[in-house]
Design a protein around this ligand. Structure first.
Ligand code: GMT
Length: 380
């Protein structure tokens, strides 16, 4: 198949999923064309089946807000025509689904039919999309998509609850490439960070409010009072400065290191003992899956799609949002030397169920199904 993929080319989960999906499809022999405003951050893979088309948008003194969506739609039109794409798969509804709708209508006026599949990732539904300033467009473009997928059952439920959606939503969970995300031998790194054999706790996120990074610090503070431990914070975002202040105020700044945005997260996860994800909302929790694939158990909240990934008391523990005391108790239980090896093994076993080799065929079958439906529709 010739597939166009539209996504955010950033470190965020939806961009990572879209990029890894495109890379895996290309390995299977499909021709994959990425249409984004920058080269996706994980598109470092040299493959003859992978192509990248940059969306250029010119500014003009009149534009206080450059109309990116129009430039994206125009680029989609040109790539579909020139590369003779079979379908467009857009990740994150805003503004990709509505731009795809516009591209589809333009192409239709020229006698070209292109099915559009929209994958819902989370905040496009649970946070941003719900806002009155976007809601009508999000509802319309989801309903106009030829196919819609969501990354968890919970996100599907929320989509039906908060939008007036008539379309079927297919749940296709996120996945992991276990060739890339696996425990690597990084003993020298562990020794450098934890010279006294301290427990190593890791958090990764975009440091936005929804991640409740302050709770990471509070849980770690409690753990640190009980056992020798270190915390590594990966990523960056709006809350980082206040979180650094919180660490200084609590007097734990020597035990906490902020690593910023990292390409090779799996190298750090390889030496971690525990992953903390106290998010207020998480449609899937890809960061937790990445940790589990590297044999790291997870302490998280029980919100959104997390219970579809984590197994309570097996791969770690889930608590109510903000329940710092319970998260601390569970973290200390998991970190206990008697328990940790079993939790690590369980985390890996669960992650294996989400291996890309199990999930890729679900996308390929769904593409075929949507293409068949579109052909039948066209012949009428
Ligand atoms: O977590 C974020 O804020 C980034 C966001 C994104 O769209 O990049 O992540 C969402 O999509 C990921 C990939 O499907 C999911 O694993 C995350 O759970 C989801 N984030 C939220 O729902 C908050």
């Amino acid at each position: 198949m010739k597939i166009g993929i539209v996504c955010y080319p950033t470190f965020g989960g939806s961009g990572v999923v879209a990029t890894e999906l495109g890379k895996a499809l290309a390995k299977e022999g499909h021709l994959v064309h990425f249409i984004t405003y920058n080269q996706p951050s994980r598109l470092d893979f040299l493959n003859e089946n992978l192509f990248y088309h940059e969306v250029e948008f010119r500014s003009y003194p009149l534009f206080e807000y450059p109309p990116y969506e129009l430039a994206l739609a125009s680029k989609m039109v040109s790539v579909v025509k020139n590369e003779k794409l079979d379908l467009l798969h857009v990740h994150y509804a805003i503004p990709h689904a509505s731009a795809a709708y516009m591209a589809k209508q333009i192409l239709k006026s020229e006698g070209i039919s292109i099915p559009v599949i929209t994958t819902l990732h989370g905040t496009d539904i649970t946070l941003v999309g719900r806002d009155a300033s976007y809601e009508p467009v999000v509802t319309f473009s989801i309903n106009q998509s030829d196919g819609v997928t969501s990354v968890s059952r919970d996100l599907k439920k929320e989509t039906y609850e908060f939008f007036d959606i008539q379309n079927h939503i297919e749940v296709i969970p996120n996945f992991i490439d276990l060739e890339k995300f696996k425990k690597q031998k990084k003993d020298h790194f562990k020794k450098a960070i934890c010279p006294g054999g301290e427990a190593l706790i890791v958090h990764t996120s975009n440091f936005r409010k929804v991640k409740r990074v302050g709770d990471v610090v509070s849980v770690f503070y409690n753990i640190h009072k009980e056992i020798p431990s270190k915390l590594l914070m990966i990523g960056d975002g709006p809350d980082r400065n206040s979180i650094e202040d919180q660490c200084r105020e609590l007097g734990i700044n020597d035990a906490v290191r902020f690593l910023g945005k990292l390409e090779a997260v799996e190298e750090v996860l390889s030496v971690a003992d525990l992953f903390l994800m106290p998010s207020e909302k998480e449609s899937f929790g890809l960061a937790a899956l990445e940790a589990m694939a590297c044999e790291v158990p997870v302490i998280s909240t029980n919100t959104g799609g997390i219970p579809e990934l984590q197994v309570q008391g097996v791969t770690g523990f889930m608590s109510n949002i903000g329940d710092i005391d319970e998260m601390t108790r569970n973290a200390l239980f998991v970190l206990d030397k008697k328990n940790l090896p079993q939790f690590k093994a369980n985390a890996l076993r669960r992650a294996q169920e989400f291996d890309i080799s199990n999930i890729l065929p679900l996308y390929e079958n769904y593409y075929r199904q949507i293409l068949e439906k579109a052909t039948v529709k066209e012949s009428f």
